[in-house]
Design a binder for this molecule. Sequence first.
Ligand SMILES: [Zn+2]
Length: 381
Amino acid sequence: MGYRKFKADQLFTGNGFAPRGSVLVTDEKGLIEAIIPQEEAGSDIKELKGILSPGFINCHCHLELSHLKGVVPPGTGMVPFLLAIMSQRNNHPHQIADAIAKAEAEMLSTGIVAVGDICNTDHTLSQKLKGGMFYRNFIEVSGFTGAAAGGRFQNAKALLEAFTPTGPSAMVPHAPYSVSHELFELVAEQSAGQIITMHNQESEAENEFFKSGNSEMRKLYEYIGVDLSFFSPPGSSSLQAVLPWLTRAASTILVHNVLTSQADIDSLVKKGLMNRTIFCLCPNANQYINGSLPPVELFLENNAEIVLGTDSLASNHQLSIYEEIKTILKGFPQLTLETALQWATINGARALGIEDRYGSFEKGKQPGLVQIYEETKPLKM
Ligand SMILES: [Zn+2]
């Protein structure tokens, strides 16, 4: 078996930058052998410009929405965005499969090797069965009236079975404002002991709906014909209102977290959930929809586990984790590239439960190799 040796201006291992001059040794298929000093590496070392990193992990995507690229313009705000997506997601059915294939190719070309992907339909099934990249599927349910819970749950169960051959899959709630207590209970039971995810506090409207009930969110229920007379606002944030249904999961990847507060984190700690909660940031989608960014300092101060996601092409100009890193570094200049790269690699792999293969250059892993220089691109083995 032949070895391949790589040296770059900087070698990022997944956990941090290796000492200058370090050489990464792999086998011919990219299986990691060792990181050694150049003096011990001998000849035939491939020299690369820029940073060499393990492949990126995209912890939040909706591959099935790829055909909606550019359909909703930036800056609409959350509720108009959701209304536009709901009314237009089925407009161009003939483009769906094509857009999905292209979006996967785009992710691979920007160095993404594994994806946590939301599924409301079976549209991505045939692409995923081709086995081009790793997916953990999150079969998403929604339905804010209790009467609909049984039917929604059964539909999701069928979808869950369909996706299971393509990778680990679990049923997950869409968001606090779109899932009834009855449906939350069914999902929590179904997904006990598994990795789940949930959209969380993407806009102030969501928190306000739970605090006072007076919120732009009402337009959403009007559109889908939900009578809200049964709903009495609990007076807490949206996240705090649904914590009882997050306790049975192995861990929960909360996505967006733009309006998450110290009080929310305190309540996660109090419930014993903080060490099983992962905060997935999708800064380019927040910029696209609301012109906002998540409170990065808050998560850092609380030693929170942070990962990155692209969200879908409906709310992003591209599917590139490195573009997410660039945006977050621009918004928070005190944040280091090293930390952001950890979020994109080892933290993401841990969040998706795939750190035995992905996320770092450690012996026996096959995490993919990405060169970050001018543009990011995967190294072909
Ligand atoms: Zn999303």
